[in-house]
Write a new protein. Structure first.
Lengths: 213, 213
DNA sequence: CCCTAGCTAGCCAAATTTGACTACTGACCG
DNA sequence: CGGTCAGTAGTCAAATTTGGCTAGCTAGGG
C-alpha cells in the first residue's frame, strides 16, 4: 500500500478537525508531494473513502471562508485512530523498500512510546536480515555466482539496499535509545501542522527533492 | 511511472512474438511479481494499452494450444522499440528512489552499448549528488540542525539512501568499466526468457523477496 | 471601474492497479 | 468412469492514482 492513508489520518488527527485543503496544505508543508503520491486527487479521494469506511467522520460545513466550493470538515473516529496506529506500527516495521512508507512513519513515530518504537525498529532490522538471507540463498545456486551474468547485479543491488537500510535503522535505534526526541507521554509533543491562516513557508516552487529527472 | 511498460516491452522484444501468458511467465521467471507491480491484470492491461498506442502489434490467434480462451500474440513495432530504449535510458539515469524502476533497467542494460551504459550511470550519480545537495541545503536552515526534532530523521534517512545509491552505482560503473558482462555488439547476448514449453524453475511458492511483512 | 492574476477549495475523467474470478484441458486416483 | 487437481489464458469490477479543470473571491494596476 501507499503512504497516503497514514498521512491523511495523521494530519486530521493532529488538527482534531480539518477540511481537505488544510490536510493538503499540511502534506505540502511536510514536503509529502515530493516523496509520496500526495496529490490533491489522492488526498480528497482518501478522505471520502475513509469517511465511507467509518475511519473519519464528515461534517458538512457552510461555504468556505474564502472562495471555492463549500467545504467538508473531517474528524478522526475511534476506529480511525486504531487504523492510524495499526498503519504506523506496520510501516515502521515492514521492509517493503518503498521509502515513502517509512518516511511517513518516521514523521509520526513519536506518537508511540519510546519503548515500543524501539521494539518495532528492532523488528524491522530482523525482518531485513531475514529477507537478505532468503534472497542470497535463493540466488546463489549450486554452481556459484557469476553464472547469472549481468542479472546478478540485480541481487547485488537488492542486497546492498537491504544492508544500507539495516545499517541506517540501527543508527536510528541508537539515537532513540540515547534519549533523542520526545515520545508519547514524555511532555510537550512536537507539533508539525499549520494553523488556519498561517503561511506555508515550504509552498511549492522550492527545490524538488522527490525526483531528479 | 512504474516499471511495467519496460518489463512488458522487454519481454515481447526478447521473444520476437509473444502472447500474454508468455510475458506473464517471463516476468515471474525474473521474479518481477515480487519486486514490481507485475500482476496479471497489469500485464494484460499494459499489452492492450500499448497495442492501442501502436507500440505493439496485435495478431488475433486461434484458440490456445492448451486450454483457456483464444490468445492474442504481440510483436514489438518500430515505435515500441524506440519507446523501449527511451524508457531504458531514462530508468537507468533517473534517481526516483523506486527500486523496481532501476531493477528493471538493470535487467535490460546490456541492450545498450557499454559506453552508453557507463555514461548513463555516471549521469545517474551526478543526479543523486545534485539532489543530495539540494535537500541538505533546503533542510539545514539558518538556525542549524536539531531544530527540527524527530523530523530531521526524515532528511537523515533520505540523505543516507542517496549516498548508498550513489556508492552502489559507482561500484557498478567500476565493474562494467573493468569488462564485466556482455553488452550490445560484443557477441552472444545473455538470454533470459523461457521458450514455449520450457518449465519455469522459479515458479511461485518460493521464498518471497519482495516484501517482508 | 474593469480586468487579470493569484489564491482558495475541491471535482472530474481517464489511466492504472488490485485482487479475485472464469472457463477450458489434461492427468491421475480409485 | 467420475471427481478433482493443477495448469493455461485471460477477464472483470472495484479501488486508486494522475493530471488537469472549475469556480468563487480579492487585491492591484491602469
Amino acid at each position: 500500500m501507499s503512504a497516503i492513508r497514514l498521512l491523511v489520518l495523521g494530519a486530521v488527527r493532529q488538527h482534531g478537525r480539518a477540511h481537505g485543503y488544510q490536510v493538503r496544505n499540511d502534506l505540502e508543508y511536510w514536503g509529502a508531494h515530493e516523496w509520496s503520491n500526495a496529490k490533491p486527487g489522492s488526498i480528497y479521494h482518501a478522505l471520502k473513502q475513509m469517511a465511507k469506511q467509518g475511519l473519519l467522520l464528515a461534517h458538512e460545513i457552510a461555504p468556505s471562508t474564502a472562495g471555492g466550493p463549500p467545504r467538508v470538515e473531517y474528524e478522526i473516529t475511534e476506529k480511525g485512530t486504531e487504523e492510524y496506529f495499526t498503519l504506523l506500527r506496520e510501516y515502521l516495521t515492514a521492509y517493503d523498500q518503498r521509502p515513502d512508507v517509512l518516511t511517513a512513519a518516521l514523521g509520526f513515530m513519536v506518537d508511540l512510546e519510546r519503548a515500543e518504537a524501539l521494539e518495532l525498529l528492532q523488528e524491522r532490522v530482523r525482518g531485513i536480515e531475514g529477507w537478505r538471507k532468503a534472497v542470497t540463498e535463493y540466488y546463489t545456486p549450486e554452481d556459484g555466482p557469476g553464472r547469472l551474468g549481468h542479472i546478478g547485479e540485480i541481487m547485488n543491488f537488492w542486497v546492498d539496499s537491504a544492508d544500507s537500510g539495516a545499517r541506517w535503522t540501527r543508527g536510528l535505534i541508537e539515537r532513540i535509545r540515547g534519549g533523542a526526541y520526545t515520545f508519547a507521554g514524555e511532555g510537550e509533543p512536537f507539533v508539525g501542522v499549520l494553523e488556519e491562516g498561517q503561511e506555508n513557508p515550504y509552498a511549492t516552487g522550492r527545490p524538488h527533492w522527490g525526483d531528479a529527472h
